[in-house]
Write a protein that binds this ligand. Structure first.
Ligand code: SF4
Length: 860
């Protein structure tokens, strides 16, 4: 039997664990606060600068002791630790006294009084007075109030380096550093700039790390004025960060990030932490409205419901159920999306239900379903800790998925890690990449086929995995070996040797993970590219264990969940095929009405049907389709052609302006439910404040209409809805509100509550993984228009704003980035005689827009 290794605390033996420090050893056996600490923080590497955590250590029983900083000293077998000897207590008191001798004694008026780690430690060590006479100090250091969120008052800085380490180790931004020597040592931002002028990305990691109020924020997130803290989930992107929201008297004061959140481990980006003030913005819609004679009139909920119900009933009777369609919202909860598709299918009687995934990740679902049988991320972001190589294709995660982006960046910066970026832009990830394949937009398929060519021809395929777990490889291999490398190198613009090196690096890495985004899926060959990314995992055996897999970076906070819940015209709740007889029987029995078996309209088909006069009513929840769907002019025309447009929204968006009825919904802070993040993690969204007066939870609005139209549906409660969903969505079988706990559950969840971190461990949902070859084709857009329109224009997400900006543009994020702009290759700019800062007009076959040329960028 393996011998237990022991060390001693005050002469009592305790087991030690491999790799732990004296501090973690003490915490494990004595509780969370065995000794006072200052420079130590839960999400930072041990540092050992303040020495407050010092303990006496002897190497043998009754041996000579030595004071050692416990936070960064490894525990050793047979050591004798004395955490609180008189000697050590005196040492700590002296250290803290020296720190306080250069710290303003203004506790009573300090924003963090009552929640200041320095104050706590001073009390713990018993410091009452400072014996030193007043001498040189830093008390007149000027404050930095330049930034809309972040503030600094470095007169309160204790030089613990926690902010610098948070900036380096958590965000990887390296904005904060220590300047000067000796007594002049002080924190600087960038090149000794203000927060606003530096490269700070406003994530607030330094604010949360600072043990005093030396670095803080305008919301005073470390003050103790809150009476309640509610844990919920960020509404912005598919990372799904957990947030602790502090409130007092029903007002939101500030947001911090819980350290025990598995998704974000005490981190957020500036949207999650700071962009919450939209929730009670004066622009919020606060009453249902009906448009009469071109003007919106406020009406009661009942009047709005009666109006909608009678119109929908008459369209259904006169033109049939297929004359009605719904667009549900990836911003809303799973339960609300489930209700919306249920309403459209059971009450209206059509499968005309779709969501924003149509213009983002629906190719991911289809592509991965084709290859694996399941269209969702195979692994978890935490697997980055066990991978050796990452492939990031068509994604700019440090802007679009910032907390995951920071983790990917941290991975890329570490020595020995391989990072492959396939992207036309020199993104932040590309700067740290081992290989950057800067391809011409629209040639993902070409570059990936070249990678397959080199993997196969260099003999790097995982033959055992292919033999045991896949099908279709021989045909695939034949096609790949036939590709025209000369042509693909030319069309993609990427040197074949670079592609070969990247392919070899991916194929020979012990574990390789891939991450893809909209630069893959928003192309005409998007589904094929997803199939290739999945095939890349198959051919190299990178599937079914930790540290590998295919991991789409999902865009909106609940775009995964909305598809899971059946917001698709061809698959109902749980991705069940609505055309299948068995499935149809199951739905009919469960819902108590006959649901249709004919595939409904996708969003673009809804617009076509509207223009053809076939679609009479469209209900849109939480999507500004006028701004976010392609071909704005066509979308507007379609909305104008529909007889009844119902828009359920927070604000008077561009789409809402075309509504006949507006219903004011509730923000994520005002309701309960669940969101599912990009790693299939179903997490509890907990109501923080009541909906603003006049607004209602979107789920309740749908329930009210269902009841009004004769379908008996219980009121919207998250536990009740999850109970219903768990009975019809197979992979939600074991999910209940009570089981979600702090960190949620990753589906599929078995009846007993066991969840799943890694998919496809021993077999795929479809049985064997399927290889499918696709040749590169020039996009139709270029084939039709490249002569008159020689440039390729593509969209880009900005860190500061989200989607169409309906929420973030109503927060102080607007002060950080207040305009839209164009990035352009400097050579193209020069050729067109345009300079940075110029206003220029961009024209496409579909319209034109004036935009500022903000800066040149390394684009192909
Ligand atoms: Fe919210 Fe995404 Fe930022 Fe996390 S990374 S705080 S989920 S926007």
């Amino acid at each position: 039997m393996k011998q237990m290794k022991l060390a001693y605390i005050d002469n009592k033996p305790y087991e030690i664990k491999e790799g732990e420090t004296i501090l973690t050893f003490l915490k494990r056996h004595m509780g969370e606060k065995p000794v006072p600490t200052l420079c130590d923080a839960p999400n930072l590497d041990p540092f050992g600068s303040c020495r407050v955590c010092s303990v006496d250590v002897a190497l043998e029983k009754a041996g000579k002791t030595k004071a050692m900083a416990s936070c960064h000293s490894p525990i050793g077998e047979g050591q004798y630790i004395f955490p609180n000897t008189p000697n050590i207590q005196k040492l700590r008191k002296n250290i803290v006294e020296l720190v306080i001798s250069d710290h303003p004694l203004l506790c009573l008026t300090c924003e963090v009084s009552g929640n200041c780690e320095l104050q706590d430690v001073a009390a713990t060590v018993g410091l009452r007075d400072v014996r030193y006479p007043e001498g040189a100090n830093h008390l007149d250091t000027p404050k930095d109030l330049s930034h809309p969120y972040m503030t600094s008052d470095l007169s309160k800085c204790i030089n613990c380096f926690r902010c610098i380490r948070a900036c380096d180790e958590v965000q990887g931004q390296f904005v904060l550093s220590m300047a000067g020597r000796g007594f002049d040592t002080h924190i600087i931002k960038g090149l000794d700039q203000s927060f606003m002028d530096s490269d700070c990305v406003s994530c607030g990691a330094c604010v949360q790390a600072c043990p005093t109020s030396a670095i803080s924020d305008v919301f005073q997130s470390k003050s103790v004025t809150a009476t309640n803290t509610t844990r919920t989930i960020c509404t912005y992107c598919g990372v799904g960060c957990n947030l602790d929201v502090a409130t007092n008297n029903g007002e939101i004061l500030s947001i911090t990030a819980p350290f025990d959140a598995e998704v974000n481990e005490g981190h957020t980006c500036l949207k999650g932490r700071y962009a919450f003030k939209f929730y009670n913005h004066p622009d919020r819609l606060d009453s249902p409205m009906i448009k009469r004679n071109g003007n919106f009139e406020k009406v009661s909920w009942n009047e709005a419901y009666d109006f909608i119900a009678s119109k929908l009933t008459s369209f259904k009777d006169e033109f049939g159920p297929d004359s009605i369609a719904g667009i549900s919202s990836a911003r809303c909860t799973n339960e609300e999306n489930y209700l919306m598709q249920k309403f459209i299918r059971t009450v209206i009687g059509t499968n005309n239900i779709d969501g924003c995934a149509r213009v983002c990740h629906s190719p991911t679902a289809l592509g991965m379903q084709t290859t694996f049988g399941t269209g969702a991320a195979t692994n978890s972001i935490d697997d980055l800790k066990d991978t050796n190589c990452i492939l990031v294709i068509g994604a700019n995660p440090t802007d679009a998925h910032p907390v995951t982006g920071a983790k990917l960046k941290q991975f890329a910066m570490k020595e020995g890690h391989v990072t492959i970026v396939i992207d036309p832009r020199r993104t932040e990830m590309a700067k740290y990449a081992t290989y950057h394949l800067a391809l011409r937009p629209g040639t993902n398929v070409a570059v990936l086929n070249m990678m397959f060519y080199y993997i196969i021809s260099e003999g790097l395929s995982d033959i055992t995995f292919i033999k045991n777990r896949t099908e279709g490889f021989e045909e695939f291999k034949k096609e790949i070996l036939d590709i025209d490398i000369d042509k693909l190198e030319k069309v993609s613009g990427v040197d074949r040797n670079l592609v070969r090196e990247a392919a070899i690096a991916y194929a020979t890495a012990p574990n390789a993970m891939s991450f893809h985004g909209l630069g893959v899926t928003e192309h005409s060959q998007g589904t094929f590219t997803v199939i290739q990314i999945a095939d890349l995992a198959l051919i190299t055996g990178n599937i079914g264990r930790r540290g590998v897999g295919v991991n789409p970076l999902r865009g909106q906070n609940n775009v995964q969940g909305s598809a899971d819940m059946g917001v698709q015209p061809h698959q109902g709740a749980g991705y069940l095929d609505i055309t299948n007889d068995e499935v149809n029987k199951k739905y009919n029995e469960f819902y108590g009405v006959d649901v249709p078996k004919v595939i409904g309209y996708k969003i673009p088909e809804m617009f076509d049907a509207a223009l053809d006069g076939k679609l009479k009513a469209l209900w849109v929840i939480g999507e500004d389709i006028v701004q976010t769907d392609p071909n704005t002019k066509k979308v507007i025309k379609a909305l104008e052609s529909v007889e009844l447009v119902v828009v359920q929204e927070l604000f008077m968006t561009e789409t809402a302006k075309y509504a006949d009825v507006i219903l004011p919904g509730a923000s994520f802070l005002e309701k309960n439910g669940t969101f599912t993040n990009g790693e299939r993690r179903v997490q509890a969204v907990r109501q923080v404040v009541a909906p603003i007066e006049g607004a209602k939870a979107d789920g309740q609005i749908i329930v009210d209409i269902m009841n009004k139209m004769g379908y008996s549906q219980a009121d919207y409660t998250p536990d009740g809805m999850l109970e219903e969903i768990s009975q019809i969505v197979p992979f939600f079988a074991g999910i209940s509100w009570d089981r979600l706990g702090k960190n949620g559950l990753q589906w599929p969840v078995l009846k007993d509550g066991t969840d799943t971190q890694i998919l496809h461990l021993t077999e795929f949902k479809r049985g064997k993984g399927f290889f499918e070859f696709h040749n590169w084709e020039e996009t139709q857009e270029l084939q039709s228009h490249s002569k008159e329109y020689p440039y390729i224009l593509t969209t880009n997400r900005e860190l500061e704003h989200y989607n169409c900006g309906a929420m973030t543009r109503r927060t102080a994020n607007e002060q950080i980035l207040s305009y839209d702009y164009l990035l352009i290759n400097p050579e193209d700019a020069k050729e067109n005689l345009i300079n940075e800062g110029d206003y220029i007009c961009i024209e496409s076959p579909r319209g034109k827009v004036d935009v500022i040329l903000y800066r040149y960028s390394r684009l192909r």
